[in-house]
Design a protein around this ligand. Sequence first.
Ligand code: AMP
Ligand code: GLY
Length: 617
Amino acid sequence: MMVQKQHFKPKSVLIMASGNGSNFEAIVKYFRAKGFQDKVKFELLCDKKGAPVLDRAKTLGIPAFCIEFEKFYDFLAARKGEYDLYVLAGFMRVLPEKILEISSNGVFCANSLANIINIHPSLLPEFKGKNAIARAFEAGAKETGVTVHFVQKEVDLGYIIARQPLKTEGLGLSALENEIHKIEHSIYPETIEKLLFKKNVLVFGGGAREHAIASVISSSPFLKRLYLANPNDGFKNLGETINFSDYLDLLQKSIEKRVDILVVGPENPLCEGIADVFEKGGIKVIGANKDWARLEGSKSFAKKFMQRNDIKTADYKLAFDEKSLECALEYFANSKTLAPPVIKADGLALGKGVFVPNDFSEAKKNAKEFLDGKFGAASEKILLEERLFGKEVSIISLWDGKTLVSFPPASDYKKLLEDDKGPNTGGMGAVAPSEITLKQKNEIEEYLKTLEAALVREKADFCGVIYSGLILTDDGPKVLEYNMRFGDPECQALLELLDVSRGVDLLDIFIKMTEKKLKKSDLKIADKKAYCLVLASDGYPSNPKKGAEIKNLDAAKEYGCKTYFAGVKTSQGSLTVSGGRVLSIVKSGEDTREFVYKTAESIKFDGKIYRKDIGKK
Ligand code: AMP
Ligand code: GLY
C-alpha cells in the first residue's frame, strides 16, 4: 500500500537569547545536519547589543533582530501567530505575563498555555535560578543534569518536558560544565523537534485500560491529535472516533488522518494481525505483530518459547483427544506433588479459559468439557499444567525490538469476592507496586534479564508490551502466562507511577519505542503507591445487570481520584451501565486507599458491586 506524501508548511521558531549563543548554534546545526533547512526556519531575537549570539547568527545566516527588552512585547504582538514555538536559549530575563499570553497558540498543553520553552542546567526544581552548575558543584550534589520546561510566570517552575541526569563523581567544575553543555546541545534540539513535529496517535480499544492510556496521552506536549477506535461513551470525548469496517479500512482512514502511531489495548486485534496491517501501511504500532502475539494467543507456543530459553514455568502436558488426556492425567497422578493439574484452553478464551480443579475427577470432567468445545476452536487443544503455589504478580514490560524496560510488579485481584473467593474475573482491582520481599525483587530482576536475553536471541521483531504473569514460588518466579498488552486493571494503577515531575511522558516513551531508542532510564517510577478499584455490576462475570444510570461521578474529583470507564453507554443524556466491569477508580499517593473507597461509596448505580479488600494490609 502506498503511503501518501505529506506536505508541510515549514515550521517557524523564534529563539530568544542574550548571551554567548552556544545552544542557539547547537539547535540550528542539529536541524541542518538532519537536512531540515526547508522544514524548519529560525529567527533570533536578542536584547543585548554586541552579544556573541548575534555573530553566530550572522555566520549561520539566521535572520536576527536586536531590540531593547522593553520593545519585545510590541515586536511579538506584531508577529502573533507566526511562530510555532518560542525557545529561550541563554535569555537572561523573566518574561512578563502578557508575553506568555501572546506566545500561546490557544492549545492548552501539558498544563501550560505558553508555547515558550527554556532549558536549565540542573535537575529542576533543584538549583533554580542563576549559576546553577556552580551552585550544584559547590553543594556537592552527587547528581545534577539538564531540564527542559515550559515557561511560566515563576522562574524555572513550568511543566517539565525533558530531563537528563548526570553523575558528578570525579568531575571538576569546568569538566562538569562541559558535560552539562554537551547534554544541553543534544536534549534541547531533540525536544524542539518533538514539539515541532507532534504526533497523531490512534488508541484502539474501549475498556478502562484504554481510557487510562488515552487520557495520559491526551495531556502529552508531544501530541498533535488523538484518534480513537472503538472507544466507549465514557471517554470518546478525549479524541475523534474513527469508525471502520475492518483493519484495512481502519488503516486507510488512519493514513488519511495522518496517524503516526497506533496504540493497541486489547489482545484480539493483535492476535488477528492489526500490527502487521498497520506496519505494512507505514504506521508505527505499539503492540505485537501476529507472530509474537502467539505468546498470548497460544499457550503451547508460549511454553515452547520458555523451554527454548530456560525460562522457568509450570510443567505441562498437551491433550487434544481422549487418549492424550488420559496420558496427561496419569502423568500428573504420578507426579511429585500429586496435585491435580490446572486445565487451560490453548487459545484465547476471553480470559476465561483456565480452570483450577480441587481433585482429579473435577480436572477430568472440565478437561473433557474444554475438548468438547466449551471455548470453540480455542479449546480444541488444551494444556494440563502443574499446579503452583505462591504470590502472583504481573510484570508489564515495554519492548522496542532491542531493549526491555519494566514497570514494577503490580498485583491484580482476579477473584470476584473478598479473600480471593468466587469466580475468576477480568480483575476487580490492582495495587502497584506489589508488596514483595527483597529476595523476590532480585529474583524477578533475574527473570527479566532472562526474558530480555530470550527476546534478543530470538530477534523478536516487534514493538509493544509483554506482560509476564508470574507466581513467586519457593523455587523462584515461574511464568503462568504471557499477555502481549497492558493488564487491565494493572495498567490503570501503573500509569499513575510514571514520574511526571521528572519529565516522564508515556507518549514520549512510545515515540522512543517506535524509533528503537528505548532506554532503561526512560521509565522513571515515582516513589508512591497506586490503587485501582473496579466497580462492577451485579451478576458479573456471568450475567451482569445492565441499564442503570451512573450518578454522582463528581465525587471522584472531590477525593482527588480519577475515573476510567469500561462498561458504560450514554442513554438519553446520562451515562448508564452496559457491561460487567463498569469503571475503575484510581489514585496514587498519600491516604489513597481511603479516598478510593470514599469515591466508590459515593458513586451510585443500581447493582454496584466491588471488593472491599483491594490493597488491604
Ligand atoms: P491465567 O488466565 O493463565 O492468568 O490464569 C488465571 C488464574 O488461574 C491465574 O491468575 C492463577 O491464579 C490460576 N492459575 C493458572 N495457572 C496456574 C498454575 N499452574 N498453578 C496455580 N494456579 C494457576
Ligand atoms: N488483569 C489481567 C489481564 O489483563 O489479563
